[in-house]
Design a protein around this ligand. Sequence first.
Ligand code: GLV
Length: 326
Amino acid sequence: MALPLVLLSHPLPPKWISALQGRVRLIVGPPDAPGFAPHLLELLGEAEGILCLLTDRVDQELLDQAPRLRVISNMAVGYDNIDVAACSRRRIPVGNTPGILTDATADLAMTLLLASARKIFSASTDARNGLWTTWSPMGWLGADLKDATLGIVGMGKIGKALADRARGFGLKLIYTDSRHQPDAGMRYGAEYRSLDELLAESDFISLHCPLTEETRGMINTAALKKMKPSAILINTARGPVVATDDLVQALSEGWIRAAALDVTDPEPLPEHHPLYDLPNCLVLPHVGSATEGTRRLMAEMACENLLAGIEKKRLPNLVNPEIYKS
Ligand code: GLV
């Protein structure tokens, strides 16, 4: 019997996806471009599974061409690239990779906080460029962490893991979330605030919310103007939570001190984008989960979800459990 056809949108190391060997027929897309390559789109009619990345849009139009599809496995915790409602209407299970990237992403948020507080990027560039002429009492002065306030927007797994790290640096913690979480206060020493209160009180603001219709553009001109002029914004969540043009203006005109972004809108940012030229903005190429161990675990979890769907079993990490309700 022919093996079920699975489209893997971009290559992954064979060791990471060894579970698929002999169980599916895999057709793989190219490494360097986002989205589904034309030769994969041509095979949608036969495909029974899709294993994709956060760069790949799965929408109604794509689903319409894939009548045999039994599972979509996204190798990411966030799944805003997938029209989940459209998948659910067709009872197609969608899998994601929660939990395993919590530490790596919280580590990166803390790294960005420290790097932007202490101007690591510009200080290092200046040193290389010969601007380090003497030990300068006023040179490269950064922000103090001890007793400063960190506002965490989204107190899910990653927000909590950041809280754990930040307490060790003496930061005071506040958070906002669609849910008040009494355990956040007790276990993480973080006090609940409304978003507006958090924006006004925080010295550092770190975003850890999913991208939804409510959070898209949440950090816009109005929000940026509520922040302290000394505030530093960190985004390791999703680029479109921040209105890019508004942030460029805020950083250029000094409404806030700095931003450190692992995610942007769009992704990647075009060459010569103003955010690259601003000395108070640090941009990384979406590497929150990019450690060897974490990415491998994500791929393995994505394979487990995929195989469960192919075998008509419940996905171990299922985004749309509503498909099983009658
Ligand atoms: C990374 O951004 C993810 O959602 O896994």
